[in-house]
Design a binder for this molecule. Structure first.
Ligand SMILES: Cc1cc2nc3c(=O)[nH]c(=O)nc-3n(C[C@H](O)[C@H](O)[C@H](O)COP(=O)(O)OP(=O)(O)OC[C@H]3O[C@@H](n4cnc5c(N)ncnc54)[C@H](O)[C@@H]3O)c2cc1C
Length: 342
C-alpha cells in the first residue's frame, strides 16, 4: 500500500511511522514552514479538565509513549512526572480524590522541595502526577520520520479519478491513501475539495533560555507559569503550557517571563535565547478529529495535545487504515462531525 502523509509534525510523523511498521510504503510531504510541533511545551498528560472518554484516550497514549520511544530512539521522552499547584486547594484535593487509573498524590512543601530542589518558594500543597512526562517534539518527529521517504515540498489536495490525490510541484500524484496531518493548514487544504472543516489555531508563545545545568527534574505547573527543562538544558516556559499571548512585542514578553522564572528558581539568572510562536491546531469542538473523510482514500489526523496523543493517534489511525478496524477509543472523534460539505 502506498500512502502519502501531508505534514511531518509529531502527528504526521507518528501516523507515518506506524503505517510503515504495518508494511505500508509511506511518503511524508513536509513543507519547510515550522508548525505547532516546533513551538510546543510538550507536556504529556491527562490532567484536569478532560471528560472521561477523552481522558481514556490520553491515558492510553501516555501508556504507549515508552514503547514508542524505545522503538524510535531520539524522541527525548522522559517519564519525569509533574508537580502542579495551579488550581485552588479544594480543586487539587478533589482532583486527587477522584482520579482513576492516574497516579496522583498530594504533597506538602517539604516533599515538593525534595522533588524540585530548585524551587525558591515550594508550594504548601501541590499534586504530584508520577505518570506524566515530556518529550522533545522536534526531535521526536524527526526520529519518527527517520526511515520514511520525506519530500520537503508544499502540496495541495486534489481529486483524481474520484479519489484523493496530491499536486506536487505542478504534477498530480496518486496514492492508495492520503493522510492529512497538516496541523493549522488542514482546513485550507480541504476547502478546495468542498469540505469546510471547523477548526482554529490560537497562537501561543513560549520563552526559551540558553542551556543551563540541570535545574528541574520534571514539569512544574505554578499558578502563573508552566515550566520545564529540555534535554539540552533549556528552560522553557509560558504563562501556561498552551503558551502566552505574545502581545505587541513577543521578545520583550519572553524576556520578562524568563526574568520571573529566574526569581522562582535557585541558581544563576536565566539568559534569554528566543521565543517560539505557534498556532495550536484545534478542532472546532476541542476534541481530536481522526479518521476517514468524505472522499475515498482521504484520512485526517488533527488534534491539539498532539505530543501527548501522537502514539495513540498514530497507532490507531494506522491500524484502521491498514485493517479496517477502528479502535473504540476513537469512536467519539470521527472527523465528519466537524466537516460541512459545501
Ligand atoms: C504553545 C504550544 C504549547 C503546546 N503544549 C502542548 C503540551 O504541553 N502538550 C501537548 O501534548 N501538546 C501541546 N501542544 C500541541 C501540540 O504541539 C500539537 O498538537 C502538535 O504539535 C500538532 O502536531 P501536528 O503534526 O498535527 O501539526 P504541526 O506540528 O503543525 O505539523 C504540521 C506540518 O504540516 C506542514 N504542512 C502544512 N501544510 C502543508 C502542505 N500544504 N504541504 C506540506 N506540508 C504542509 C507544516 O509545515 C507543519 O510542519 C502545544 C502547542 C503549542 C503551539
Amino acid at each position: 500500500m502506498r500512502i502519502a502523509v501531508i505534514g511531518g509534525g509529531i502527528l504526521g510523523a507518528s501516523v507515518g511511522w506506524h503505517l510503515a511498521q504495518g508494511g505500508a510504503r509511506v511518503t511524508v510531504f513536509h513543507a519547510a514552514a515550522p508548525g505547532a510541533t516546533e513551538g510546543s511545551f510538550a507536556w504529556i498528560n491527562a490532567s484536569l479538565g478532560n471528560d472521561p472518554a477523552y481522558r481514556r484516550l490520553r491515558v492510553a497514549s501516555m501508556a504507549a509513549w515508552p514503547g514508542l520511544a524505545a522503538a524510535a530512539p531520539g524522541t527525548g521522552f522522559q517519564a519525569c512526572g509533574g508537580l502542579m499547584w495551579d488550581a485552588p486547594e479544594a480543586e487539587l484535593r478533589a482532583y486527587v480524590a477522584e482520579a482513576e487509573n492516574y497516579p496522583l498524590r498530594l504533597v506538602g512543601a517539604a516533599e515538593a522541595q525534595g522533588l524540585e530542589p530548585a524551587l525558591r518558594h515550594p508550594p504548601a500543597l501541590a499534586v504530584h502526577a508520577a505518570g506524566e512526562g515530556m518529550a522533545e517534539p522536534v526531535a521526536a518527529a524527526a526520529a519518527l520520520r527517520r526511515g520514511l521517504e520525506v519530500v520537503r515540498s508544499e502540496v495541495t489536495l486534489v481529486e483524481a479519478k474520484g479519489r484523493a490525490a496530491l499536486r506536487v510541484a505542478g504534477a498530480v500524484r496518486s496514492f492508495d491513501a492520503v493522510v492529512l496531518a497538516a496541523g493549522a493548514a488542514s482546513a485550507a487544504l480541504l476547502a478546495p475539495l468542498g469540505m469546510a472543516l471547523s477548526m482554529h489555531a490560537p497562537l501561543g508563545m513560549l520563552a526559551w533560555s540558553r542551556p543551563v545545568a540541570r535545574r528541574l527534574n520534571g514539569l512544574v505547573m505554578m499558578p502563573d507559569m508552566h515550566i520545564r527543562q529540555t534535554d539540552e538544558g533549556r528552560i522553557v516556559l509560558g504563562e501556561d503550557y498552551g503558551g502566552t499571548d505574545p502581545g505587541m512585542d513577543p521578545e520583550e514578553k519572553g524576556r520578562a517571563l524568563l526574568a520571573l522564572a529566574s526569581q522562582r528558581l535557585h541558581g544563576p539568572t536565566l539568559v534569554f535565547n528566543h521565543v517560539t510562536l505557534a498556532g495550536r491546531p484545534t478542532p472546532g469542538d476541542g476534541r481530536p478529529a481522526v479518521g476517514a473523510l468524505a472522499m475515498p482514500g482521504l484520512w485526517l489526523a488533527l488534534s491539539h495535545s498532539g505530543v501527548t496523543l501522537a502514539p495513540a493517534i498514530g497507532a490507531m489511525l494506522a491500524t484502521e487504515m491498514l485493517t479496517g478496524a477502528r479502535d473504540p477509543l476513537l469512536d467519539p472523534y470521527a472527523p465528519d462531525r466537524l466537516v460541512q460539505l459545501t
